[in-house]
Design a protein around this ligand. Structure first.
Ligand SMILES: [Fe+2]
Length: 312
């Protein structure tokens, strides 16, 4: 297929800090270099971009992502749950999570989460970007929220920024719900193949040079340079800042909607408000190979357990 010209591309910001809707482009066909750079620039500024009414199958979603980086396997823990022939696809639905981790584990997350997170930050090189497309959604409920963590950093007072610039934190898969004690499948996963890394609390974005608050309540277990009590209070402060509504946007899905976000500049959150609503919520995610985070002092992250997460 030949690339189309994209004079019609429009970027419409959706909130003061986070998220823009991109109109006038069909992402199921190869992008022109102009379209690719409009999307890239919008990601740098708005951290997440959205497309509506796209017609994509698994192959077309992977081909779209491959124009922005190398596509990873669906998830480091899911050799057996990707659709046949598409190891890059990670399906997001209650049924997929029950199959993958166990339903008691999933429901334990439900009351308050899954919480704010970037995808798979326990890896030494968490995915740089995620691309999520909606196949089916309930008539209401099941939105996703995104927050700009460069804006969160900028909003902190100077002395707090100076304090956290020097800190590092452990990120561990399942830390928030003590998954290592679970008798379900997730327990086997984290006991036989724990995923954990030490990342800077403030990460320097490799493209924009912006500093971002790089902790999240799903995966960050503790700040390793502080006493446990100090760590808990500093993390609580940062998590409260991350949750401030003015930094976030809320996206309402429809079949054919696509969200494309930068995990190094945004966190996301899926409120679990749809389980009582009739109608499936089935989305499909791919992720792009990420770099090893680097802190303000130039020091890279260190792996505790788990392999580099390369291309599928
Ligand atoms: Fe996620």
């Amino acid at each position: 297929m030949t690339a189309v010209t994209d004079t019609a591309l429009q970027v419409r910001p959706l909130s003061g800090w986070t998220g823009a809707l991109i109109d006038g482009v069909d992402i199921s066909v190869p992008l022109s270099s102009e379209a690719r750079s409009v999307i890239q620039d919008a990601l740098h500024q708005w951290k997440v971009v959205f497309f509506r009414d796209q017609v994509l199958d698994h192959a077309a979603q992977i081909a779209f992502g491959a124009q922005f980086g190398d596509v990873t396997p669906g998830h480091p823990y899911e050799g057996d749950s990707a659709p046949p022939e598409f190891p890059q696809i990670h399906t997001v639905s209650p049924a997929a999570y029950d199959h993958r981790y166990g339903s008691r584990y999933r429901k334990k997350q439900s009351p308050n989460g899954p919480k704010w997170h970037a995808d798979v930050t326990p890896l030494i090189n968490p995915p740089s970007h995620s691309i999520l497309r909606a196949e089916a959604v309930p008539p209401y409920g099941g939105d996703t929220q995104f927050v700009n963590i460069a804006a969160v950093y900028q909003g902190l007072s100077e002395s707090v920024r100076a304090l956290i610039d020097e800190l590092r934190a452990e990120h561990r898969f399942g830390a928030d719900v003590a998954a290592d004690r679970s008798s379900e499948k997730v327990g086997d996963l984290v006991r036989t193949n724990p995923l954990a890394s030490i990342h800077p609390v403030v990460r320097v974005h490799p493209d924009t040079g912006e500093r971002v608050v790089y902790v999240n309540p799903s995966f960050t277990r503790e700040i390793v340079d502080l006493a446990p009590r100090e760590s808990r209070h500093v993390l609580d402060l940062l998590f409260e800042e991350i949750g401030r509504p003015e930094y976030s946007v809320r996206f309402k899905w429809a079949p054919g909607s696509v969200a494309f976000w930068d995990n190094r500049a945004a966190l996301h959150l899926a409120p679990q408000d749809f389980e009582h609503v009739d109608g499936d919520r089935i989305l499909h995610r791919i992720t792009l190979v990420g770099d090893v985070p680097v802190g303000v002092d130039g020091r890279p992250s260190e792996s505790i357990s788990g392999e580099f997460f390369g291309a599928a």
